[in-house]
Design a protein around this ligand. Structure first.
Ligand code: BES
Ligand code: ZN
Ligand code: ZN
Length: 506
């Protein structure tokens, strides 16, 4: 028998490849990435003279001509691998080299390079980028790190990181490029941490182990962390988290993290849904619906990872984050449909369906976050199947009562390439939450379920500016990898939250 098959641990950091800024790519990289755009219907190389020379010398023809023989068109999404040494991956980008186009192309090229290698082999990659601004260098670096990721299987034969080192040569000054690469590394590294947490199987990542790993990761970035355990939650009156978490032997937790730099002028509160596994509870899900529910803690992973990134970047903004962690299980101690719960702050809720557990743990955490009187509250949750029906698997819902907040979040999202689409919170759906036995019902009208859930959450933030991000669709990718998005956890919302914090801090 294989000795000590890896005892799985919840990760507290990731092995990000080492990025360096160079004047020219060294000879010993395993692969190079070259970019093309379409000019007059023909692919045209952007920079990448070195890669062109390699192909010319070894394969006897220009890079573009050789790639065309393999069906390469130069259009965004088009890609060819040329069998030179180093290997050359040529990939199409939109003309104008927009950051998101570069991020996607870099991610796709990196995945293609990694895909040619045996599982036990690591590669080094060089990129010659014709960039004229730091945003392009940052996007390219992010795309490579995000594209190189795959979850390290729980296995008795662990495999090494797919990409160990990346060299970037660009048109901008070395100091500007180094700063861009530093920022990209911090951001991408934290996206990978969120992905790792989402991908960690639910028998390994459960409320206590998640809280422990998150605390270690946050404290390493000098973020102040407090964790309320099940007893503290009962004592504190967190009736939603206690009820939802009570059906499991793995008891619930509420994590609070604070990044409070001196001189910060804005206070942002982040709240994440951390259901480490959602069986539906007594209103049990189908086998098919349950299988991917380890990702139901993606909102918590996103807010924790974003908080860590914000701290590591030293952004001058106060951020207080809450992650409500529980496992939703059916058992003799499970909460029931028709139970009335007293939430943090005293509001009572009639539970209509034990599978609508997310809004209950979020309600407690939102009410607690509101006690701190932040300037803005943003919550992130894989909250409703209805949001997936409405917007599909790649677009998250954004719901807020405040148009200025919506515009700010959509602007930040635009910079990162993460897709969000605003949905309304109509007045008539608020009325559908009236209960005959409590202050509020946890569910209302059948149709427009994403909007009803938002109307419910809003009751727990009072008058504070607030936005709700429903990431049920894009948090988890089981369609197969594309661009810089791997199979499994995606880390959706981490980069938008960091971009928003950066804009609020400036
Ligand atoms: N975690 C699910 C929502 C979900 C569904 C996330 C699919 C990702 C993919 C949530 O707890 C849930 O089950 N919501 C119910 C609410 C209903 C019972 C009011 C839903 O959407 O069906
Ligand atoms: Zn549920
Ligand atoms: Zn859920």
């Amino acid at each position: 028998m294989a000795s000590s098959a890896a005892t799985p641990q919840v990760p507290t950091s990731t092995a990000t490849p080492k990025l360096s800024v160079v004047r020219s790519i060294s000879k010993n990289v395993d692969a190079q990435i070259a970019f093309c755009e379409v000019v007059d219907d023909q692919p045209q190389l952007i920079g990448s003279a070195a890669a062109n020379q390699i192909v010319n010398k070894q394969l006897g023809g220009s890079l573009v001509a050789k790639a065309q023989q393999l069906g390469f068109t130069g259009k965004p999404g088009s890609l060819a691998l040329l069998p030179s040494t180093p290997l050359v991956a040529v990939v199409g980008v939109e003309s104008g080299n927009s950051p998101e186009s570069l991020r996607r192309a870099s991610g796709a090229a990196t995945r293609a390079i990694v895909g040619t290698q045996a599982d036990d082999k690591s590669v080094t990659i060089g990129v010659e980028l014709a960039a004229d601004d730091a945003e392009q260098v940052k996007a390219c670096a992010e795309g490579i790190i995000l594209g190189a990721y795959s979850y390290a299987k729980v296995s008795s034969t662990p495999k090494p990181a797919a990409v160990t080192a990346i060299e970037i040569a660009s048109g901008i000054s070395a100091s500007q490029a180094k700063e861009a690469v530093r920022i990209a590394t911090v951001i991408a590294d934290n996206v990978l941490l969120a992905r790792d947490w989402v991908n960690t199987p639910p028998n390994v990542l459960y409320p206590a182990s998640f809280a422990e790993a998150a605390s270690t990761a946050l404290r390493a970035a000098k973020v102040n962390v407090e964790v309320l355990d099940d007893q503290a939650l009962v004592a504190g009156g967190y009736g939603g988290i206690v009820a939802v978490g009570g059906g499991s032997n793995r008891l619930p937790r509420l994590l609070r993290a604070a990044h409070a730099p001196r001189g910060a002028r804005f206070h942002l509160a982040l709240v994440g849904k951390g259901i480490t596994f959602d069986t539906g509870g007594l209103d049990l899900k189908s086998a098919e619906g349950m299988y991917t529910m380890k990702n139901d803690m993606s909102g918590a992973a996103a807010v924790i990872a974003a908080t860590r990134a914000i701290a590591e970047l030293g952004l001058a903004i106060k951020v207080t984050s809450y992650a409500a962690m529980a496992e939703n299980m059916p058992s003799g101690s499970a909460y029931r449909p028709s139970d009335v719960l007293t939430m943090y702050g005293g509001m009572t809720v009639e539970n209509v369906n034990s599978d609508a557990e997310g809004r209950l743990v979020m309600a407690d955490a939102l009410a607690r976050a509101s006690d701190d009187k932040p300037d803005l509250v943003i919550d992130v949750a894989t909250l409703t199947g209805a949001c997936v029906v409405a917007l599909g698997l790649r677009v998250a819902g954004l719901m807020t009562s405040d148009d200025e907040t919506a515009a700010m979040i959509l602007d930040a999202a635009e910079l990162t390439g993460e897709d969000f689409w605003q949905l309304p919170i109509p007045q008539h759906l608020r009325a559908s939450l009236d209960s005959k036995v409590a202050d509020l019902r946890s569910g209302g009208a059948r149709h427009g379920g994403a909007l009803t859930a938002a109307a419910f959450l809003q009751r727990f933030v009072g008058e504070l500016p607030w936005a709700h991000l429903d990431i049920a669709g894009p948090a988890f990718n089981d369609e197969g990898p594309y661009d810089y998005v791997p199979t499994g956890g995606t880390g959706h919302a981490v980069r938008t939250l960091v971009a928003l914090a950066a804009s609020l801090a400036s």
